[in-house]
Ligand binder design. Structure first.
Ligand code: RIB
Length: 353
């Protein structure tokens, strides 16, 4: 056989291993491999005359070892950490990552997905949690594999993708429940437009926690930002600041704020400071995500941690399994448990007196 005709799948078959094991041998990642396995792979490569010339391989098979990553915007450090975790897991499996900021705009996301497809990229990790995936329907029919982050399957979905997310509802429940146990009954909910599945889930969890504790739910304390096209991914701190200023300057102001993510929470710090209020003495604040800055702001932010590294390892594994056809069958949905991280931005309500 000529080397261009041989694919990684042929080598994997002969060596009785997965294509990613072949890729690991090719890239010298054999530390965690049994010596017999790597030796078998090397023998199969030699026997078949396999030459992993990327360009020739791409021309012949159309296979490109690259994963597309579409996130809202790396202006929020959450998505920077997210991209880094995806890259780390992808590189370890012999894939590279191509990053796109989709701004949660379905047209832009679709254009990016089309462009990735036209470069031979067949798998995408998708971070924007849209209410519908209809804009990816055509590409999915052509064979695009997607792992959706932060978006469980919805009843109305026309297309079924694998998904992985933190339990957003539980995360918001943990946050609200903690504030209630500290004696807070008037809690503001700070968000941009609540039009994504993850935000809807967080609002549901927030509301459920209040109901469980028989604390009246007050619509007036749900601050949703301007209903513009923006979701506040880039201007989260600005929106959080305006929201906090608005809620905290009302006569019967809330004693605590739960922000949809840490960037909004940092904005709330600025809003409280603008009004001369101290955190947590005058108002407690809880965020969501546990981004790298949460620990070093003053006071350190109480927040809900999303365990990004293990989640992205699982997402990449799932996607590569689909691409290399070691994983077939119905979409898989993984839900990961979030964790409440208590720091200095929250206190008992009595601390205000
Ligand atoms: O901060 C970015 C947020 O967007 C994260 O909470 C992530 O879960 C998504 O909702």
């Amino acid at each position: 056989m000529l080397s261009e005709e041989v694919t990684i799948h042929d080598v994997a078959r002969i060596a009785r291993v997965s294509p990613s094991t072949v890729s690991n041998v090719l890239n010298g990642r054999t530390e965690r491999m049994r010596p017999e396995t790597s030796e078998r792979v090397r023998r199969a490569i030699k026997q078949l005359g396999y030459a992993p010339n990327q360009a020739a391989r791409q021309l012949k098979t159309g296979f490109v070892p690259v994963i597309g990553l579409i996130v809202p915007s790396v202006a929020n450090p959450f998505w920077g950490a997210f991209a880094r975790s995806v890259e780390k897991a992808a590189l370890a499996a012999g894939y590279q990552v191509l990053l796109c900021n989709g701004e949660r705009d379905p047209e832009r996301e679709q254009r990016y997905a089309e462009s990735l497809w036209s470069r031979g990229i067949r798998g995408v990790i998708f971070g924007s949690s849209p209410v519908s995936f209809d804009h990816l329907l055509g590409l999915s029919e052509r064979g695009l594999q997607v792992v959706a982050f932060d978006r469980q399957a919805q009843r109305a979905d026309q297309v079924g993708f694998d998904s992985i997310s933190v339990d957003n509802e539980l995360g918001a429940r943990l946050a609200a429940n903690y504030l209630v146990t500290l004696g807070h009954h008037r809690i503001g909910f700070l968000s941009g437009p609540i039009r994504t599945v993850n935000r809807l889930k967080r609002l549901e969890g927030f509301r459920a926690a209040l109901e469980d504790a028989s604390v009246p739910f007050d619509e007036q304390l749900i601050w949703e930002g301007a209903l513009s096209s923006s979701f506040g991914d880039i201007e989260g701190t600005d929106i959080g600041r305006v929201a906090a200023r608005d809620l905290l300057s009302r006569p019967n102001r809330p004693t605590a704020l739960f922000a949809i993510n840490d960037m909004y929470a940092f904005g709330a710090y600025a809003g409280a400071r603008d009004l001369g209020l101290r955190i947590p003495h005058d108002v407690s604040v809880v965020g969501f995500d546990d981004i790298v800055l949460a620990e070093i702001v003053d006071p350190p932010l109480t927040t809900i941690r999303q365990p990004l590294e293990p989640m992205m390892q699982a997402a990449v594994k799932l996607l590569i399994g689909r691409l290399e056809e070691t994983r077939t069958g119905s979409p898989e949905h993984t839900m990961v448990t979030p964790e409440l991280i208590v720091r200095g931005s929250t206190a008992r309500i009595s601390a205000r007196d």
